[in-house]
Design a protein around this ligand. Structure first.
Ligand SMILES: Nc1ncnc2c1ncn2[C@@H]1O[C@H](COP(=O)(O)OP(=O)(O)OP(=O)(O)O)[C@@H](O)[C@H]1O
Ligand SMILES: [Mg+2]
Length: 292
């Protein structure tokens, strides 16, 4: 079942300059049609300025189309009466956790979203407990967000969205400000929400490794969907991905370069582990030859 669909979505920013009476229009999303299945983890890749954040805002009704249509659970985002129900269905987590945290205590911060939705107080307490549990932040409930690490703050921001009980969450480069450890913590928490809580995840990133396990990936370029497919389908098109300014996951990149350099690696070898085994089996012979 589809939870989000865009049909020939177009979005143009209008920019006004002092001397001009009519604004200049810049097309940022150009005929984007994507379809997201309920329960999936969908990756969106693309270089800087390719339109990822603008698309994220369209999927959560923070922006409305200039052309084409966006449906979130069959609700057309261009209809004003659908905006609030859409925002309840699809939440969004941004890049910088500092811009999303408003409470003095972690629990206050997590309560903010459901309070705004008018959720009754007793239910809010249950939701806070569940959201902190799901993100592994229960122990920090009464701490000040200011005292937390970047990764912990981002998990509080995620708990805040989670407490609104959305069916779908759009993450716009949620690990961009984090160190490798924080990145892993946050990604693990998000994968848990997807796998164990059934929340549909749309995950925007530059780090291809973070979407290696996605159910489906869209690659954006110049406001258009340049490539799409399951991860393994994309890895087979290494040249095309690289032409879009995106490198493959490290092991896939290495396999690609070794094959391109003429090494005869059987086609069934697809990842780092299999490559390691293959090299260990065939490697010592080569090394002996080199040394003799
Ligand atoms: N408020 C705005 N007004 C005018 N143009 C904008 C506005 N926001 C974004 N743009 C332009 O739209 C294009 C796409 O921007 P967007 O932020 O969606 O890209 P992105 O893929 O998220 O990039 P990044 O990887 O840097 O986050 C860019 O050319 C940008 O300059
Ligand atoms: Mg962006």
């Amino acid at each position: 079942m589809k939870i989000i669909e865009t049909l020939n979505l177009i979005f143009k920013y209008k920019t006004y300059t002092e001397n001009q009476e009519t604004p200049e229009e810049k097309t940022v999303l150009d005929d984007v049609s994507i379809s997201i299945k309920k329960g999936d983890f969908v990756g969106i890749l693309g270089h800087n300025g390719s339109g990822k954040s603008t698309l994220a805002r369209q999927l959560t009704a923070l922006l409305q189309p200039s052309g084409g249509t966006v449906f979130i659970k069959n609700m057309d985002s261009s209809r004003p009466e659908n905006i609030i129900p859409i925002r309840r269905t699809a939440g969004m987590v941004f890049q910088n956790p500092d811009n999303q945290i408003i409470g003095n205590l972690v629990e206050e911060d997590v309560a903010f979203g459901p309070e705004n939705l008018g959720v009754p107080t007793e239910q809010i307490w249950t939701r806070i407990a569940e959201a902190l549990e799901a993100t592994g932040m229960t122990a920090y409930r009464e701490k000040s967000p200011g005292s937390l690490s970047g990764g912990q703050k981002q998990k509080v921001a995620i708990a805040g969205i989670l407490a609104m009980e959305p069916e779908c969450i759009v993450f716009d480069e949620p690990t961009a400000m984090l160190d490798p450890r924080g990145r892993k913590e946050v990604l693990d928490a998000i994968r848990h929400l997807n796998r164990d809580k059934g929340i549909t995840v749309i995950y925007i990133t530059h780090h291809i490794e973070e979407v290696e396990h996605a159910d489906y990936i869209y690659v954006m370029n110049e406001g258009q969907v340049a490539m799409e497919g399951r991860p393994e389908q994309l890895w087979e098109q290494a040249d095309a991905i690289r032409a879009l300014g995106i490198s493959l996951p490290f092991d896939k990149e290495l396999l690609f370069l070794l094959r391109q350099g003429g090494m005869d690696i059987p086609a069934e070898i697809q990842d780092g582990r299999a490559l390691e085994k293959f090299l260990l089996q065939s490697g010592p012979g080569n090394i002996e030859q080199d040394n003799s």
